[in-house]
Design a binder for this molecule. Sequence first.
Ligand code: NAD
Length: 473
Amino acid sequence: MNDSPKLFIGGEYVSATSTEIVPLINPATEEQIGSVVDSNGADVARAVGAARDALPEWRDTSPERRGAYLTALAEVFDGRRDEMAALVSRHNGTVLSRSRQSNAARPIDIYRYHGELSRSFPWETVVDTGRGSSAIVRREPVGVVGAIVPWNAPQTLAAQKLAPALLAGCTVVWKPSPETSLDAFLLSEMLNEVGVPPGVVNIVTGGRGTGEHVVAHPGVDKVSFTGSTAAGRAVAATCGQMLKPVTAELGGKSAAVLLEDAPLDLFARSLIGTCLPNTGQVCYSCTRILAPRKRLEEVLDVVVETLSKATVGDPMDPRSDFGPLASAAQRTRVEGYIQSGLQDGARLLLGGGRPAQLPVGYYVEPTVFTDVTPDMLIFREEVFGPLLVVVPYDDDDDAVRLANDSSYGLGGSVFSRDLDRAKDIARRMETGSVLINGEQRSERIPLYGYKDSGVGGDASLGAYLNIKSISGP
Ligand code: NAD
C-alpha cells in the first residue's frame, strides 16, 4: 500500500519528482488517513512514457487475452471487495452499505462484463461495398488514454474507463481525485496480482494541476474525463485545441417526476437511492422533485417524513443512511446553497444545518425546500449534497417543461402506476437516462449526458476505438 506517497508507474511504486504533498482526511473523523503526491509535469511525463512503451505489446495482445485479464481482475477484486468498500468509505464518507455496491459490486460487474464482451465484440467485420467488392472494417485502440476520475464513486467511475480502455487495447494514465487515491493503489495491487503487464495502467496522484498536465500531454491520445461541468469545459477546450478526442461525463440537476398516480409508498422507499444517493453526491441524483399540484402536500409529507426518519451518522455504521460530505470544502459549498435558498425566499421544510449530535465530521442534515421557482440557484445548479427542492406542476406538459428547464440533462426518473404513460413522459425528457419507478442501473446500458452534462457521446468501448477500413479490388 502507498504508506509513503508514491506513484504507480511501469508496474512499480516509484518516488515522484514533485515534493508537494496532499493530506488525505477522513471526512467522518477529520483525521488524516494518509497523503499523496501532487504530481507535476515531469511525473505525468514519466507515466505517459511508461504507457507509450507498453502500448505496442498490449495493442497486439488478442482481445480474448485482454478480456481474460479483466475476468481475472474481477475475481481478485471479488476476494478483496470488503477491503475496497471500507477503504473508500474511510476516504470519502460513503456509507458502507452503498460503498459495497458502488465501489465493489458494480466495478466487479464492469470488469466481468468486459471480460465476456471480448469474445463477442465485432473487432473486425467484412462489409459489402455495393460495388462488387468487400471491405474490412477494423476497430483499433485509440492509444494512450488519460483517465481523470472524481471522488464520489471512484471505483465504479474508474472501472467504467479502465475496463473498456484495456479491452480496446489502450494503455492508461489514471489520475484519481485527491479525495480518493488510496483505493486506486489497492486496485494497482490487484492489477499486478493478475499479471497485467507493467505500464498498461499507471497512476499519477494529484489535483487539478496534475489533471491539466495529463490532458495537455501530447503523448496522451485520448482523454476520458468525469467530473464537474466547469472542469469539463476546461478539459474539452484543451482537447479541442489539440484535436484530441475527449469523452466528458459531467454534472447534473435531474428531476424526479411524480405523475398523479405515482405510488408514493414506492417513491418513499426509493427516495434516498433515487434523489439523494451517497448523501446527494452522485451526478444523476434526482434533486428536483416535481409533484402534481393536487398532491403537493401529500408529497411534501412523504419526503419530510422519510428523510426525518433517516439516520445521519458514521459511514461505517450499517444503520447510517447518510454520511458526511466528502470534504470540508464540499460542506462549505452545500451550506452556501442552503443560504442562497433562504435568501431567495424558498421555504425550508427540513434540515438546513449541521446535525447537533455530530460535532466532528463534515455532516449536513438532509434539507428540503419548497416554494422554489426555476430562477433560484437551488433549482438550477448542481448542489452535490443532501438538498432537495419540491416543485408543483399543473399538467403533464408543465411537468415535462419543468424537468427540461435545466442546462443539464443527465438522469431523471418518473413514478407512476401506468408504465406506458411513464415511458411516454420519459421519452419527452431531454436527458441521458430515465429510470421508471426507482433506481435500477446496469453496466450494459449507456450513461449519456445531454446539454451541459457531457460531450463526446457514449463513453463505453467504442469511445476507446478508432475505426479503419481496408478496401481494394
Ligand atoms: P471536479 O471537476 O472538481 O474534479 C474531477 C476530477 O478532475 C478530479 O480528479 C480533479 O482533480 C480533476 N480536475 C479538476 N479540474 C481539472 C482540469 N481543469 N483539468 C484536468 N483535471 C481536472 O469534480 P469533483 O468535485 O471531483 O466531482 C464531482 C463532479 O463530478 C460533479 O459535478 C458530478 O456531477 C460529476 N460526476 C459526473 C459523473 C457522470 O457520469 N456524468 C459521475 C460522477 C461525478
